[in-house]
Design a binder for this molecule. Sequence first.
Ligand code: FES
Length: 128
Amino acid sequence: MEEKTQAYSKEVLALAKNPKHFGRMNDPSASAYLKGICGDDMEFYLIIKNKIIENAQFYTQTGCEATKACGSTAAQFVIGKSVDDAMDISPKKILEALNYGLPENHRHCSILAVSTFYKALACHLLLD
Ligand code: FES
């Protein structure tokens, strides 16, 4: 555990302890659920009005610290952006925002966060 913790950046540790934009949302414009290959799950909720993402939240029941940090960062990245601009998000941008503070075996958490966001956005684009 000690070794694992040392691999996390201070940005990851702060968000793991106090995740931002965390929680389920009632009545979102779109939402999605994904289960990663490791077994961690993520839900993503979006409120979109006039093609602007006014709010975003994520939730994970089984997710580790890295999952929470990546979900927080993904939500923070897209809030206030147009749908088109939010499509710039990528796992690499999550890793950059977290100062590359995820150990190699937790970098896939950024992929889960971004993939869950994109699934929710795809639902919105399909149903809009
Ligand atoms: Fe697999 Fe975080 S450990 S998504």
